[in-house]
Unconditional design. Structure first.
Length: 242
């Protein structure tokens, strides 16, 4: 039986590992982003308050890196192709702030940690797409306030987005798959337990066993561009030119 025949409601959690082969750095692997930057200096609200220029520049650089010729890879493309042909419920939750899932064609997608190419005004709360670098002097185009724009990114200590929708999907899925995440950051790292409690089959697809390895019923290890297309029966698709 294929995955599409066996399951009716699928939730997928993706992390930095799925974008690694597209050239986007992960956080905790050798050479990962947190090797060069202290979380408490660039990824908390307190850091933004004490040194906004440094924090904004960190995300300006990441936004530029995402734009620098980066393309969705075979794993992103396989998930979008599977969603396209699957007639059950399909929900993709990503911790990634890049736009590679949507560029590959994924539709039912929740960016729980925010999006690099969106900005939020702390004064009027407007969230809008922006490719511009932010500085502490940036002016909100909606309310004209100066110095109130921040990346639409969930920092440590802040509530992830779409938690109600995600909890609902987890409570009714019969297959939960975690792809390319180390299992260090909650609440995402706890999704496997919620899915298990509700009777779902649980699978980890990762380069190597994650911190949560023992919580999954099944683990398949290797590069995402190989194991994801194979798992979903979507072999023979290369990276997308989007
Ligand atoms: P991590 O950097 O913690 O973990 C990446 C995982 O991907 C590791 O388990 C690697 O083994 C795996 N990996 C690396 N290359 C891979 C490949 N080619 N194919 C498959 N797997 C591969 O990244 P996340 O778990 O996504 O949050 O990190 C979670 C959160 O921590 C991020 O969303 C971010 C970060 O701090 C915030 O900034 C709030």
């Amino acid at each position: 039986m294929t995955i599409a025949e066996k399951y009716r409601s699928i939730v997928i959690l993706s992390g930095a590992g799925i974008s690694a082969e597209s050239g986007i750095r992960t956080f905790r692997d050798t050479g990962g982003l947190w090797e060069d930057h202290a979380i408490e200096e660039v990824a908390t609200y307190e850091a933004y308050l004490s040194n906004p220029a440094k924090v904004l520049d960190f995300y300006n650089q990441r936004r530029r890196a995402m734009r620098a010729g980066v393309q969705p890879n075979a794993a992103h493309v396989a998930l979008a192709a599977f969603e396209d042909r699957f007639d059950g419920n399909f929900c993709l939750v990503t911790q990634n702030v890049d736009d590679l899932h949507e560029r590959a064609g994924s539709r039912h997608l929740f960016h729980m940690h925010g999006e690099l190419d969106k900005v939020r005004c702390q004064k009027c709360l407007e969230v809008f797409a922006s490719g511009e670098d932010l500085t502490p002097q940036s002016i909100c185009p909606w309310c004209m306030a100066q110095g109130q724009l921040r990346p639409h990114i969930v920092w440590f200590g802040e509530m992830p987005h779409f938690m109600d929708e995600i909890e609902q999907a987890l409570s009714s899925c019969d297959l939960f798959i975690s792809i390319g995440t180390s299992g260090n950051v909650y609440p995402a790292a706890g999704f496997v337990q919620t899915a298990r409690r509700n009777g779902a089959h649980t699978v980890e697809l990762n380069l190597e066993p994650s911190l949560n390895e023992t919580l999954f019923a099944e683990g398949i290890y290797g590069p995402a561009t190989e194991i994801v297309p194979r798992y979903f029966g979507i072999d023979g698709i290369g990276s997308a030119e989007c």
